[in-house]
Design a protein. Structure first.
Length: 250
């Protein structure tokens, strides 16, 4: 796959054995995508909050998802500004972005590259967090990785009250980082507390409309019980906080 170098020196690469993961210029900004092979999985958690019930079988087609959350440097490279409160950590996830800000970033990125990047659906997000087809289906998956929580996530017990650069904690089975902790992440879907059903579904995209958007994953300020990969949060699209960012998909 050819890497595209833009006037803003933005490089787009897919990670994996068939694709290079290094930058071609020291000052380029690389957004790495991980290939996720499609499959079926049991989405949700019958022992969790009501909006995670019932567990239901979902089929996902192949897609790519960001290896890391979008960083301050990447956001500035595309948008020309940094909304993050302190704005002094280029390799940290960008925060203080609304859902519309995230969508605008994706649209401008597509204009610059001619690609079709987007926000992940919440089903894609959970499937990737679980490890996709690499998931150990014999055990319920609570976090994005099988290691000890402190080795895969920045959260209230180890974050020292601030966000951290992406990729410092261990990745999950797919090689995706920070799907547990660091920052919460916007998804494409509108939120509905009773959207889940017992019917099998393929590539669900959420309800047609609503008041709030789905947010997944915990943050650097989250307690243990907020870090489950089945946790669903509902934020108004104009919400912006120091705990909230996003990653892209394709």
């Amino acid at each position: 796959m050819k890497k595209i170098l833009l006037p803003v020196l933005l490089g787009i690469t897919l990670s994996g054995s068939a694709f290079a993961q290094k930058k071609t210029a020291a000052d380029s900004i690389a957004i790495e995508l991980v290939y996720v092979k499609g499959g079926s999985f049991d989405m949700g958690d019958d022992s969790g909050a009501k909006d995670r019930r019932p567990i239901h079988n979902v089929t996902i087609h192949d897609f790519n998802i960001g290896k890391y959350e979008i960083t301050e440097a990447q956001y500035v490279a595309v948008m020309g500004k940094n909304p993050t409160k302190y704005g002094d950590c280029p390799s940290c996830p960008v925060t203080n972005v609304t859902w519309d800000d995230a969508l605008e970033f994706v649209n401008k990125l597509n204009e610059k590259t001619g690609k079709h990047y987007r926000l992940p659906t919440e089903a894609e997000w959970e499937y990737a967090a679980r490890g996709g087809v690499k998931e150990n289906k014999e055990h319920f998956r609570k976090h994005a990785g099988r290691k000890l929580l402190q080795t895969i996530a920045w959260y209230v017990r180890n974050s020292n009250d601030h966000v951290h650069p992406t990729g410092l904690k261990k990745a999950n089975e797919l090689g995706v980082h920070d799907m547990t902790g660091n920052v919460e992440e916007w998804c494409a879907d509108w939120y509905s507390k009773d959207y889940y059903s017992k019917k099998d579904v393929t590539d669900p995209k959420g309800p047609d409309g609503g008041k709030s958007k789905v947010v997944r994953g915990g943050s650097w300020n989250s307690e243990n019980d907020e870090l489950s990969i089945t946790r669903r949060a509902a934020y108004l699209p104009d919400t912006k906080t120091v705990y909230l960012g996003f990653r892209i998909a394709e």
